[in-house]
Design a protein around this ligand. Structure first.
Ligand SMILES: [Zn+2]
Length: 460
């Protein structure tokens, strides 16, 4: 690593919402003191790719988030987003425990302009209209442009359409973050595409939840890291985030890279290469709730079908309602390589239920990958959850314990920290997170949310 990390014994003085001082401190008269008991005090973790906003205002204490030590969520991911005025109004009406920052989603922009006619390229005039909306959101503090090019709302847009929008974000000092067009069959070309977007729009680009979700490409992470390093040598500011699980969670429609949702040949390819149907579980299945919690193989057995036939049934039956699957799909070696990449930060890609990553990503990295597997020093892992992340998404005055920065802090026990959430119990709370402060207020203590709601909307 090119960077040196420092840790020191001492105290941190919080005054109102800021860090006023740190080091060897003597309490003032009547100053309240929290004993850190020799645990680790780190900047509050920043989740660069979160979907925890989905039911945030029904759960304003956001325990899925704070129980991992996360103090800021970055939403507006995968091409979706909520207008900033709406987010601000919701926070005002229902104060929340965590900070929120957002990108502006390309699919959302397309929907504003093209309505539901999305399975095509946008016209020049439509792109012009999208640019105006994006520019307005950037002025309100959007971090930049987010895309989800694998999803149908954006899949039919081309590179030029994205570059046109990315240039608007670049002009305002914003950034580009993307769930790239393919994470399986065409992952290398899709990485080439995001590199090209960075080059053409002169904008920092971040690959969301980098992974290799194709069995015959497992092990290619080293060559992908070389591809990324090559782009960086050329001057393109490309970075990535990654979550620490070998399973993703999304719509099962992404299992059809060619969007041929009725093809048995493609379904058979998917069950062979793209996921393991015997360990991949439907987590949301509106037309038949009894399928929730069952694997694709199990659903097949119930209907005397092969896993591939069951997959076609799932796509067919949920075409209108949508559905969610947690699919086993990645290799541990690739996950470790991506987490270890110098320019990768940690994210959850999580929601408040469904996939265990929503409750366990950050604690899992610190427990499993740092303590148990010794993948990297603790300081490096923390940096990948804080200072590096703040740089990658463009957040200021957070992510580092420094005088004048906001007092977002987490105190944890490095000897016991670990995730507990699983597919069948996706909301189990992690252990080892002792205290979490957001903007100087305590929001979480030993598995209990505290009734403070100091979360703010964070602007670029
Ligand atoms: Zn995504």
């Amino acid at each position: 690593m090119a960077r040196a990390f420092r840790h020191l014994k001492g105290g941190v003085r919080i005054v109102n919402d800021r860090i006023q001082d740190m080091g060897t401190l003597t309490p003032f008269v009547n100053e309240s003191v929290t004993d850190g008991k020799g645990f680790v005090l780190a900047p509050g973790f920043i989740d660069s790719h979160s979907h925890h906003d989905r039911r945030l205002f029904e759960n304003p204490s956001a325990i899925a988030v704070t129980s991992q030590g996360v103090t800021t969520i970055v939403v507006g991911q995968d091409g979706g987003s909520t207008p900033i005025d709406t987010i601000r109004a919701r926070i005002k009406a229902t104060p929340i425990s965590v900070n929120v920052a957002t990108y502006t989603g390309q699919a959302w922009l397309r929907e504003q302009v093209m309505k539901d006619d999305l399975l095509r390229k946008a016209t020049a005039e439509e792109i012009g209209s999208m640019k105006i909306i994006l520019d307005r959101e950037l002025d309100k503090g959007s971090l930049g442009l987010g895309t989800g090019l694998e999803y149908e709302e954006a899949f039919y847009s081309n590179r030029d359409e994205v570059v046109e929008l990315a240039k608007v974000a670049a002009a305002k000092g914003g950034r580009y973050i993307s769930h790239i067009r393919s994470e399986d069959m065409h992952v290398e070309e899709s990485i080439e595409e995001i590199i090209e977007i960075g080059r053409a729009a002169k904008i920092p680009v971040q690959i969301s939840h980098i992974k290799i979700a194709l069995r015959s490409k497992w092990g290619n992470s080293a060559s992908i890291v070389r591809q990324l390093q090559q782009a960086r040598l050329e001057g393109i500011n490309i970075t990535a985030d990654v979550y620490p699980y070998n399973m993703w969670g999304s719509t099962p429609r992404v299992l059809f890279p060619k969007k041929d949702f009725e093809s048995l040949v493609s379904a058979e390819f998917a069950t062979r290469e793209l996921f393991d149907p015997a360990s991949s579980v439907m987590t949301n299945y509106p037309p038949n709730k009894t399928y929730e919690g069952k694997t694709v193989t199990e659903i097949g057995k119930l209907n005397n079908e092969t896993p591939a036939q069951a997959l076609l049934r799932i796509i067919r039956e949920t075409a209108e309602t949508g559905s969610s699957i947690v699919a086993t799909s990645m290799s541990e070696v690739d996950i470790s390589n991506f987490i270890d990449w110098e320019h990768a930060n940690i994210c959850s890609d999580g929601t408040i239920s469904g996939h265990p990553r929503g409750h366990g990503s950050f604690t899992r990295v610190l427990g499993k990958y740092v303590r148990e597997q010794n993948l990297m020093p603790l300081e490096t892992a923390i940096y990948k959850m804080t200072g590096l992340t703040a740089e990658h998404v463009g957040i200021k005055y957070r992510g580092v314990i420094a005088r004048g920065n906001f007092a977002d802090l987490v105190l944890f026990d490095p000897a016991t920290i670990i995730d507990k959430a699983t597919i069948t119990n996706s909301t189990a709370l992690s252990t080892g997170i002792e205290y979490v402060w957001v903007n100087g207020k305590l929001v979480y203590r030993n598995q209990v949310a505290q009734p403070n709601f100091p979360g703010r909307f964070i602007v670029r």
